[in-house]
Design a protein around this ligand. Structure first.
Ligand code: GDG
Length: 490
């Protein structure tokens, strides 16, 4: 039941995101290594786009270190990336990258959009100038690649100014923008010093998409309140003669990929090992980037609470948490790593025995077969984000649970909570509640778990896949473009 792609062969989709889905490092040719070592990388946006079957040309940055390469080395790197991956890299000086990415994007927009304490100094003129400069560097590369008729699909909060820069140069370009993180309430959004510049640029897109209806609603009320002439219409926002369609289009995963992983011998070996090791114990799994929005501290406190309020559960379960290192150049993230490590140690020391530890925690990433095995053996998956665009881990867990019908214990503040009705929903800020919901999930009857799982599995594998997400956005982008052109012609 796949949708037909709406684009003709002549039309290309130019996908633009901050990072290309590869990690870059310099090789040592004297040791027989290539000049550049490139490795595919993971992350939410990457997972989403990898899962979709539409052909597209991907434009993005390769990360720190690429900006300070001499021009001829950048040219060779560009050629290798184009040859081996068909991606188009964007280069800008590392000095700009730090202010654009670490400071403006990750110390201002990220925390404000996730309702976390904002670092007001991140809005300093130097950081804002760098954010503009980086967005301009992206605009220049998109401009070089663009041919009339192409669709340009811009992704995420690092590139909020890109629609505006592109529109300046290309009045008839078809531009779509998708935000992978939540859009905050207008009361919070208005604290961003450059709020108008950001909204003005987003309104230069023909279509703006969000994971959840409430994010779209917050965006519309922010426009209404902050942009003088903005008018909310049935499908979006009308301002300065432009019509911007606003849509809700929750992202999905490539569920088939996980079903296939589960069939691989490597995954099956991991599954048998895990089941043998945690013989007869309930397994709770958690997989998160170590990011303060993922609620890792609250999650650990809830595990501690479960051990306190249900002593009979001691030695009856184990909590396996993968904490993937993230944004280690940003101070708040370094602090969080220490806090999480300390808490794991304290809870294990207090409740563990020499033959049993309640928490197994690793602070590194795992490969895909191991990830699939973890999902498959777990009786419950605990997602405690205090705010999260969607949360793909929740979807991936569901995809791996045919047969076991494990419980998805999901924060009401993850976008996924609006899409997965078969979840055990909790408010992660209420530690007692989280512990109780988790407890109920662990002791739920197979019948209850099966019914809940069925509802989620249907969505994750059929109606809400990554492929559906991308096709729906592209289809809607065509319509939005036609609608905005009709307004301009009036
Ligand atoms: C942003 C938004 C939104 C994680 N650890 C490992 C690993 N992963 C993969 C997971 C999953 C992805 O990374 C994480 O995706 P999330 O959606 O959970 O979170 P963010 O990275 O914050 O993504 C989020 C998303 O964008 C998409 O729009 O859902 O709300 O914050 O796919 O599987 N993969 C491997 N090893 C690991 O250790 N191989």
């Amino acid at each position: 039941d796949q949708m037909e792609p709406v684009t003709s062969q002549a039309t290309r989709i130019l996908v633009v995101s901050n990072r290309l889905p590869i990690n870059f490092s310099l090789g040592d040719p004297t040791k027989g290594e290539p000049e550049f070592v490139l490795k595919p990388s993971s992350g939410g946006l990457v997972t989403g786009l990898r899962g979709c079957s539409l052909p597209f040309t991907w434009i993005g940055w390769l990360g720190f270190g690429t900006g300070s390469l001499p021009k001829d080395a950048q040219d060779r790197l560009r050629a290798v990336v184009q040859r081996d991956y068909s991606f188009i890299p964007v280069f800008f000086p590392d000095e700009i990258a730090s202010d654009y990415y670490n400071v403006y994007s990750n110390q201002l927009l990220w925390p404000v959009f996730h309702y976390q304490k904002q670092n007001i100094f991140a809005a300093n003129p130097k950081a804002w100038a760098a954010y503009q400069a980086a967005n301009k560097a992206f605009a220049a590369v998109v401009g070089e690649q663009y041919r009339p008729g192409d669709l340009v699909w811009v992704h995420d909060y690092q590139l909020c100014l890109l629609p505006g820069y592109l529109r300046e140069e290309h009045p008839t370009m078809t531009i779509g923008f998708f935000l992978h993180i939540p859009f905050p309430s207008s009361e919070v959004f208005r604290t961003v010093p450059q709020r108008r510049e950001i909204l003005d640029s987003l309104l230069d897109a023909n279509l703006v998409g969000f994971h959840a209806f409430e994010f779209a609603r917050h965006f519309c009320s922010s426009c209404q309140r902050l942009i003088m002439d903005a008018e909310t219409t049935q499908n979006g926002i009308l301002s300065r003669g432009r019509l911007t369609t606003v849509m809700t289009d929750p992202i999905g995963i490539d569920a088939t990929k996980f079903l296939k992983l589960l069939e691989q011998d490597e995954t099956k070996d991991h599954i048998s090992q895990l089941l043998a090791e945690f013989d007869k114990k309930k397994i709770i799994v958690g997989v998160d980037r170590v990011d303060y929005t993922k609620g890792l501290v609250l999650k650990l406190l809830a595990i501690e609470q479960l051990l306190k309020s249900h002593p009979e559960m001691r030695e009856k379960f184990v909590f396996l948490q993968v904490g993937v290192p993230s944004r280690q150049d940003v101070e708040e993230y370094q602090d969080l790593v220490r806090e999480v490590n300390g808490l794991v140690g304290r809870i294990n020391a207090e409740f563990g025995a020499l033959h049993w530890m309640p928490i197994r925690y690793i602070n590194r990433s795992v490969d895909q077969p191991y990830l699939a095995a973890l999902y498959a053996v777990a009786d419950a998956c605990l997602v405690s984000s205090t705010r999260d665009g969607m949360n793909l881990v929740a979807l991936e867990y569901v995809a791996c649970q045919e047969g076991r019908y494990g419980a998805l214990v999901l924060s009401e503040f993850a976008g996924a909570a609006s899409s997965l009705p078969g979840s055990f929903i909790h408010n992660p800020w209420n530690i007692g509640e989280t512990a109780e919901v988790l407890y109920n999930a662990l002791i739920a009857s197979e019948e209850e778990r099966r019914l809940k799982h069925r509802r989620n599995f249907e969505i994750v594998t059929r109606t809400g896949t990554a492929d559906r997400w991308a096709n729906l956005f592209i289809e809607e982008l065509g319509k939005a473009y036609a609608a905005s052109s009709a307004i301009l012609a009036e």
